[in-house]
Design a protein around this ligand. Sequence first.
Ligand SMILES: N=C(N)NCCCC(=O)O
Ligand SMILES: [Zn+2]
Ligand SMILES: [Zn+2]
Length: 309
Amino acid sequence: MPRGPLDSSKIPRFAGPATFARLPRLDEVGRADVAVVGVPFDSGVSYRPGARFGPAAVREASRLLRPYHPGLDVAPFETVQVADAGDIACNPFNIDEAVETIAASAAAIDARLVTIGGDHTIALPLLRAVAAEHGPVALLHFDAHLDTWDTYFGAEYTHGTPFRRAVEEGIVDTSALSHVGIRGPLYGKRDLEEDRRLGFGILTSRDVMRRGVDEVVDALRQRIGERPLYVSVDIDVLDPAHAPGTGTPEAGGLTSRELLEILRGLAGCRIVGADVVEVAPAYDHAEITSVAASHVAYDLVSLLALESP
Ligand SMILES: N=C(N)NCCCC(=O)O
Ligand SMILES: [Zn+2]
Ligand SMILES: [Zn+2]
């Protein structure tokens, strides 16, 4: 029987230090099927810094999560052992070293991971870790931004470049790469041409509005099929009204309801890992962004629990 979260009817949910959803720490349970891990790294950002405080803010906001997910009909913490694996401590002054540390530390945790960022740079080492186990994975990427740009100031590892590096490294399956929620100004038309050349298909924020959640889910599922799937959620996929606390906000985004509905549409997909990144609490108000991110992480954990081998 898995050890679940603290009982909020006995110990007030606002008491004590925060783990994700008030779950036990990994070192308290010894092993876990699914682990939530923080990566407080934001040295790869191109605009507002502060996502290094994302993991702590999302854990705080996750105190209100409850054990049963009615939308997916699953009690994730009863179905499998879920634990909080703490934070991966990585060098804030050396991006190359941090990327190595994140890949090695993620691979060393013997559980399927839902990672809380941190800026989007961290998706690259997290993909390396899943690909080392599963081979090239399908990628479902929720974001306002393509994040397939080449370099910034000559730097290869940044929050705007992880998915170009992932294609170059052969760690993603180029027949199943999707962006959802793309919008906003680009550097040029070439951004889209290069993104297409790398193999990505795009469902824009406008597509989600005009075609609706069900059609979007159908299109994504068709592309993903039975492949092992990595899901990366940049919280700026949400409209700034739903996620103001982020480093590179863009108007015209998804509602949190749309995002959660699309995620729920992934039930049954073979998810091997996931992240929620780019929560920068200094720009947040009333925990709007960290609450949204905590629900996204809860849905991802629930999907992983449903799909337990
Ligand atoms: N938020 C992420 N991951 N990337 C945004 C990069 C946008 C830019 O520098 O133009
Ligand atoms: Zn983004
Ligand atoms: Zn991003």
